[in-house]
Design a protein around this ligand. Structure first.
Ligand code: ATP
Ligand code: MG
Length: 227
């Protein structure tokens, strides 16, 4: 008898305060698991770079450390999710960030799990001030614990790294407050649905093995051997 194993696509969210390492953990997830990564921050920055209508509107909010209006991000992110084939797994990073966004998402998509990176705010303040970003790819480095091979230069493309305007200390404080007020309530929202998987630590290298172990349990062999 032949057993046909059909792997269903996994729909996951990665959450955590700004600077909690969502970008770094996401890049490890997509390296080891067959999932498509969608980052709302990267999508917004691409719109800003193109000077699209959405980008021009979003820019002012981002630079002040505020959230972009729900309707704008919901449209941007949901339209990208809909382009992904139904048998491809995806990982949402930075979205949803409000209860309203989570409700809009749940009207369109079924979720399997929410991975929460639980990192203390003090660790985050130190981290963001040393953070360098390669704008076109979204790759991030940190002076302290993940430096580029050559200072100020992206490892892969050799292009210059920049400090994001919103990584300035006063904006960082504002982003943490925004998180506490608008995004932290999502932890209860998803907790009550039984979807929340929280991992605590002050270093990404401490948190990553726990996230990987969890994903291995729901996606054996990285979900690569689809039949
Ligand atoms: P990190 O990715 O390092 O955790 P972060 O999450 O604060 O940092 P991004 O996800 O890159 O940064 O987002 C940058 C900015 O884009 C946010 O501060 C916010 O202004 C805006 N933004 C991103 N996603 C959303 C969203 N879902 N809703 C509203 N605004 C958003
Ligand atoms: Mg991000």
């Amino acid at each position: 008898m032949r057993l046909t194993l059909l792997r269903r696509a996994v729909h996951a969210i990665i959450m955590g305060p700004p600077g909690s390492g969502k970008g770094t953990v996401s890049s490890r997830i997509i390296r080891d698991f067959d999932m498509q990564h969608l980052s709302s921050g990267d999508l917004l920055r691409a719109e800003i770079a193109e000077e699209s209508t959405h980008g021009v509107r979003a820019k002012q909010y981002i630079e002040e450390g505020k959230l972009v209006p729900d309707a704008l991000v919901v449209e941007l992110v949901l339209s990208q999710i809909q382009k992904i084939s139904t048998n491809t797994s995806w990982l949402l990073d930075g979205f949803p960030r409000t209860i309203e966004q989570a409700k809009e998402l749940s009207k369109k998509e079924k979720l399997d799990c929410v991975i929460n990176l639980d990192v203390p705010f003090n660790t985050i303040r130190e981290r963001l001030s040393g953070r360098w970003t390669h704008l076109s790819s979204g790759r991030v480095y940190n002076d302290g614990f993940n430096p580029p091979k050559v200072p100020g230069v992206d490892d892969i493309t050799g292009e210059p790294l920049v400090q994001r305007n919103d990584d300035k200390p006063e904006t960082v404080q504002k982003r943490l407050e925004t998180y506490q007020l608008q995004t932290a309530p999502l932890l209860d929202f998803y907790g009550e649905k039984g979807l929340l998987h929280s991992y605590s630590g002050t270093k990404t290298d401490e948190i990553w093995p726990k996230v990987k172990e969890f994903l291995n349990s729901i996606m054996p062999q990285g979900n690569r051997s689809r039949l």
